[in-house]
Design a protein around this ligand. Structure first.
Ligand SMILES: [Zn+2]
Length: 211
């Protein structure tokens, strides 16, 4: 295994391969980020000094049935420009997660064909981890819909439970796609440019309101 294998096999760039250990049927790949090539995460300055190391372990995509972990030595940097002392950017993983971006992409790809439980069992993680990956993907993908291309919208109100709990759905009338997933009790704060055609669903039949 080598530094280039880290990149081509696991999508890890900017790290030096150190060693591989085989533990409990899995693999632990140790790698190190050369601090001389790092920048300050606060201001982007290259004028940094090393201020110790942090060792973290991340789950990455398996090789067959063998679990693979990346053990990364990450430098802490003291910035001479802004004075901040921070851990260098990881690059291959979200700083708050214990798995890599490639693991996340793999889990999402499997989720298109398998249940959450099956994906979790296959990857050796809990149901909550896969559910969290899916939730964050959906949030990234749909939380900020592009409203500018909208020309015709339809607004519907649906009940979400017993009693009088309702959410408002705003749809693109031309494509049928949901433009704003839920606007609980409020009209959309930001509308498309110009004066769009608006249809309001009442008793199943869209009714034109404007222009
Ligand atoms: Zn700085």
């Amino acid at each position: 295994m080598s530094t280039s294998w880290l990149y081509h096999g696991f999508g890890v760039r900017g790290y030096r391969y150190v060693k591989t250990e085989y533990v409990w049927g899995g693999m632990v790949i140790t790698m190190e980020r050369p601090w001389q090539a790092c920048r300050c995460v606060a201001c982007g300055s290259e004028n940094v000094w090393r201020h110790g190391w942090v060792v973290r372990r991340f789950r990455t995509v398996p090789i067959g049935r063998r679990e693979v972990f990346l053990k990364a030595r990450i430098p802490r940097l003291a910035c001479q420009a802004c004075g901040a002392v921070r851990q260098a950017a990881l690059g291959f993983a979200d700083a708050r997660r214990t798995y890599t971006k490639s693991f996340e992409r793999y889990a999402l790809e499997l989720s298109r064909h398998m249940t959450i439980k099956a994906v979790a069992m296959h990857l050796g993680v809990s149901w909550d981890v896969i559910k969290d990956i899916q939730k964050r993907y959906l949030h990234r993908r749909f939380s900020r819909p592009k409203l500018k291309p909208l020309r015709q919208i339809a607004i519907d109100e649906i009940s979400t439970g017993k009693g009088h709990q309702y959410v408002t759905i705003v749809m693109d009338l031309e494509t049928g796609a949901v433009a704003l997933p839920s606007v609980a009790g409020h009209a959309p704060e930001e509308g498309p440019q110009g004066r769009p055609l608006v249809a309001l669903e009442t008793a199943g039949t869209p009714r034109r309101l404007s222009p």
